[in-house]
Ligand binder design. Structure first.
Ligand SMILES: [Zn+2]
Length: 303
């Protein structure tokens, strides 16, 4: 398992009170490095995403970000989504991790990779930043796997507590992709559930949802669809803000649920996608539990 991470992801800082903070990566890396699976992990620094590789996004939106970077002033692109001089480089490192990981997986250097990166990506729309996200890391990775390696069936599993609306916005109606997103509902970003395209699976779950109900829903609605789809590659938007201690949302998942997700996804990958899984960090804001949750998930992937 290769862990992709970059110090460039730390320079984007939206303020001391903002939950999407650089310390998130520190607690994850500390948990991994002091764990009993430490010997099974290798670390790599991603290449920065080239702006032409950002083709999952509208070209004018990317140009707009480049102009903002040149201005160097802090700008709110969304009420809680601040862009500053360091943001685009951090976002290019985060999305670049997906591209570097796809290259490593497709060249059989590794079967599995985890991108411990920020800013997260799954709320970023085709032409707009949203919800702490600027570039849609998982959509860029999927786009790279399709355009460079000709993959025709990619499953994206999104278990962040928030709906992956940006990913849906970018991949809707692309028959090469199946996107299954579980999310607290009703809740931010308040997606209209009636509008889903054929390649999109919504798994709305109420506040208070805990492990038994969550696992049942994932099995019946997400993983059953993934099996029928027979993916060549599995991508995971791995958000850990469904944890019961997370301050931003209301699910009651625990580390054992993340272990179960990792183990189940690993088995799916073995059965259908030559073991290939790329997971990319999305949310997860409880600094005292985030590291343990990510570790449990990766232990599951390695089980
Ligand atoms: Zn989230």
């Amino acid at each position: 398992m290769i862990i992709y991470t970059s110090d460039l992801c730390l320079a984007h800082n939206m303020g001391a009170q903002h939950p999407e903070c650089p310390e998130r990566l520190g607690v994850i890396l500390q948990a991994l490095k002091s764990s009993r699976i430490a010997q099974q992990l290798t670390y790599a620094t991603p290449d920065l995403l080239t702006l032409t590789a950002a083709a999952a996004h509208d070209n004018n939106y990317i140009k707009h970000l480049v102009q903002l970077e040149r201005l160097g002033e802090t700008t709110a692109l969304d009420p809680d989504t601040l862009f500053m001089a360091e943001t685009l480089t951090a976002a290019r490192a985060a999305a670049g991790a997906g591209v570097s990981a796809i290259d490593a997986i497709m060249s059989e250097q590794t079967q599995q990779a985890f991108a411990a990166v920020r800013p997260p990506g799954h709320h970023a729309l085709h032409n707009r930043a949203m919800g702490f996200c600027f570039i849609n890391n998982i959509a860029v990775a999927a786009h790279h796997a399709m355009t460079h390696y000709g993959l025709e069936r990619i499953a994206i599993i999104d278990f962040d507590v928030h709906h992956g609306n940006g990913s849906e916005n970018i991949v809707a109606n692309d028959p090469r992709i199946l996107l299954c997103s579980a999310f607290q509902h009703p809740f931010y970003p308040n997606t209209d559930l009636a509008q889903a395209a054929d390649n999109i699976v919504h798994i709305p779950l109420a506040a208070g949802t805990a492990g038994t109900e969550f696992r049942q829903a994932m099995q019946q609605l997400a993983f059953a669809r993934v099996k029928k789809f027979t993916p060549q590659l599995i991508l995971v938007s791995a958000g850990f803000d469904g944890h019961r201690r997370d301050p931003l949302a209301g699910w009651n998942l625990v580390d054992d649920d993340y272990f179960w997700l990792g183990a189940t996804i690993n088995q799916l990958a073995k059965d259908y996608s030559h073991g290939r899984v790329l997971s990319m960090l999305e949310g997860g804001y409880a600094l005292d539990t985030l590291g343990g949750s990510v570790l449990a998930y990766i232990e599951g992937l390695l089980s």
